[in-house]
Design a protein around this ligand. Structure first.
Ligand code: PGA
Length: 253
């Protein structure tokens, strides 16, 4: 059975003070979670989160890693560095990386391969732009993102979670309807069946894009939605804890 998962993507937000405040909120409001909870702070805050988070059962993720293993790549952070800093996961292929840093499916495939070689689990983000959706290309875009990046880079040992994040829903307050998301999630699972190294039925598929404490439950009620990737609302400890509680309840029902 698939374990439910809630991932917080803090993006490029926070200071040591703000992160401390958020962690105090999480420490006091979250019971030890009975679903997988993953926090992705900015690189400079990873160590602070490991030291100050008192909850058990919460893992850390990097928000990205380099496509190179090490060497003269000024400003980059490698998969090995993330693993060495206590991360168990890394988010790859986020649309903000694709959009602002020109990451292609091929570049992301290299990153996935390196992350897996460091035993990091990969939260691989896919999703279409509004233009692609309006022109009827949403499914083919997502299929291409899945097949190009995963086919060449993983093996049976790899831990892969897929996050479907329609680009037009990220940070906009718009979401796919739960039914639209379910249709895409089921399509994603269908395509995962063609990737040899993946067990499609056991693969966790998250929805992301303007998820908050009000709408999260609607997504959890869909059969192929196994959790959520939360950006903005994850910066509010109370809202994030409510989302984690919903994921737990869904698991237990
Ligand atoms: P959002 O971001 O929840 O702020 O829309 C989600 C994401 O980009 O992962």
């Amino acid at each position: 059975m698939r374990q439910h998962m809630v991932v917080a993507n803090w993006k490029m937000n926070g200071s040591r003070g703000a992160v401390g405040h958020l962690l105090r909120g999480l420490n006091s409001s979250m019971q030890s979670p009975r679903c997988d909870v993953i926090l992705a702070p900015g690189y400079l805050h990873i160590d602070q989160v490991s030291r100050e988070l008192t909850l058990t059962g919460v893992s850390l993720a990097g928000q990205n890693c380099s496509e190179y293993s090490d060497g003269p790549y000024t400003g980059e952070v490698s998969a090995k560095m993330l693993a060495d800093s206590g991360c168990k996961w890394v988010i790859l292929g986020h649309s903000e990386r694709r959009q602002y840093h020109g990451e292609t499916n091929e570049v992301i495939a290299s990153k996935i391969e390196l992350a897996c070689s460091e035993n990091l689990g990969v939260i691989y983000c896919v999703g279409e732009t509004i233009t692609q959706r309006d022109s009827g290309d949403a499914q083919s875009v997502v299929r291409e993102q899945l097949l190009t990046a995963l086919n060449s880079s993983i093996n049976e040992e790899s831990r892969i979670v897929i996050a479907y994040e329609p680009v037009w829903a990220i940070g906009t307050g718009l979401t796919a309807s739960p039914n639209e998301a379910q249709i895409m999630h089921s399509y994603i699972r269908e395509n995962l069946r063609s990737i040899e190294a993946i067990n499609a039925e056991d693969t966790v598929i998250l929805y992301g894009g303007s998820v908050n404490a009000v709408n999260a439950n609607d997504f959890f009620s869909q059969v192929d939605i196994d959790g959520v990737l939360v950006g903005g609302a994850s910066l509010d400890a109370e809202a994030f804890c409510r989302i984690v509680d919903m994921a737990t309840l869904k698991r237990e029902n």
